[in-house]
Design a binder for this molecule. Structure first.
Ligand code: MEV
Length: 410
């Protein structure tokens, strides 16, 4: 049987149908400009991105995860890491998010004492305001507060932890903050100057871990490298991200290639995800993923805050997001975030592996060659022919692609 990447787009759809994926979900209509106009403002067009599939064994099941991205090699890298692994495990916390309210005051000490006395009342109000989440298994969970001081004065910060179930939760948390702020202003006689969710969802994290052994050893052998040398090189490369902030940023960027790519395919707020992930890495003072040797295997683990939803937001309005849910058969926010964490770890493994073994450009440029051919105007089969020739001749450049295109179309 042909490999998925060798199949034509039609053959891929037939293959996916044979796996029980509904035919309808494989003919993804573009968002119409009229619908786009109802989603955001000042619309003049619709931007689209390529969407590819990642195949991975996660929690003992074969999963198919769509990923939307403009960068070649990300889909290939994720697939490769899954293929070389012994399988992934992934899981996620409950959907507990944080809603914040900041009060400005010039008597923060006295105010803190009052808040301590009123705590039960404030908690009862918070429970009431988040009540509509209870029928979905969510609701208010806990709160804390503290004083903040800066060049503008004294403030009291309130942090309310609310389980938003299968929603990403931004609208719910912002409405909660605004409602709750009125109550606090009334109770405390001070002005709430800021009411907004926090995108640092420290309680809503997703995790994935995986081991690599025989298949990785075989891959190393193909490259004339022993397991010992390959693993030493890999762990050295990973260790740089633990000590150098310049590498840390790029290391985490590679993780977000996978996570944000999946987020885009599923119509999620990838800016919220990026913001939360990078701050989390910063406050933890470590990269989002780590690797070590366990027994005779290489083991990796990722831990990342991931606020995603299966309901609300623009999901219903975006045809590609609807299709992604059907193709992946994902049913809950926790399932989505755990698979995203797995893809993030997969991308990170591949990036570090290639950096350690051969450098990234060799593989990258091969995949980029098709992009270069397309950019100079090649279409259809000619794209592949030009890319192949540029790779053979070790000259992947726009000038050479143009020259080849001129020759091919003559
Ligand atoms: C490129 O998009 C991502 C990498 O730079 C990630 C990394 O360096 O780990 C390859």
């Amino acid at each position: 049987m042909k490999k998925f990447r060798e199949m034509s787009i039609e053959e891929r759809k037939i293959y996916l149908e044979s796996l029980g994926i509904p035919k309808d979900s494989l003919n993804i209509p573009a968002l119409t400009i009229e619908d786009a106009n109802s989603i955001i403002e000042h619309v003049i067009g619709v931007a689209s991105l390529p969407m590819g599939l990642v195949f991975g064994r996660i929690n003992g099941e074969d999963r198919i995860i769509p990923l939307a991205i403009e960068e070649p090699s990300v889909v290939a890298a994720a697939n490769k890491a899954f293929k070389l692994s012994d399988g992934f495990k992934a899981w996620a916390n409950k959907s507990e998010m944080i809603s914040t309210i900041y009060i400005k005051t010039n008597k923060s000490k006295e105010l803190l004492e009052t808040i301590v006395k009123l705590r039960d009342r404030i908690e009862a109000l918070a429970k009431e305001k988040a009540k509509r989440m209870e029928k979905y298994g969510g609701g208010f969970r806990k709160m804390w507060f503290e004083s903040l001081f800066n060049h503008r004065g004294e403030f009291i910060a309130f942090y309310f932890v609310i389980d938003v179930s299968n929603a990403m939760g931004a609208n719910m948390l912002n409405s909660f903050a605004e409602d709750m702020a009125h109550e606090l202003e009334f109770l405390l006689g001070e002005k709430a100057i800021l009411k907004i969710l926090s995108n640092l969802s420290i309680y809503r994290k997703a995790y994935a871990e995986a081991t690599w052994s025989e298949s990785l050893e075989q891959d190393l052998r193909k490259r004339n490298m022993s397991w010992e040398e390959g693993i030493e090189r890999f762990l050295d490369v990973v260790s740089i991200a633990q000590t150098d902030v310049f590498r840390l940023t790029t290391f985490n960027k590679g993780i977000m290639n996978g996570i944000s790519g999946v987020a885009m395919a599923f119509g999620q707020d990838w800016r919220a995800i990026e913001a939360g992930a990078h701050t989390y890495s910063l406050i933890q003072r470590k990269p989002l993923a780590n690797y070590w040797i366990e027994g005779n295997k290489l083991k990796g683990k990722i831990e990342v805050p991931l606020a995603v939803g299966t309901v609300g937001g623009a999901i219903k309005s975006l045809p590609h997001a609807q299709a992604s849910f059907q193709i992946s058969k994902i049913k809950s926010a926790q399932e989505l975030s755990s698979l995203m964490a797995a893809v993030g770890l997969a991308n990170n493994f591949s990036a570090n592996y290639h950096l350690a073994i051969e450098g990234i450009q060799q593989g990258h440029m091969k995949l980029h060659a098709r992009n270069v051919a397309f950019s100079v105007g090649a279409r259809g089969e000619i794209v592949e022919k030009i890319a192949k020739k540029m790779i053979e001749d070790k000259n992947i450049s726009y000038e050479y692609a143009q020259k080849l295109l001129d020759e091919f179309v003559e």
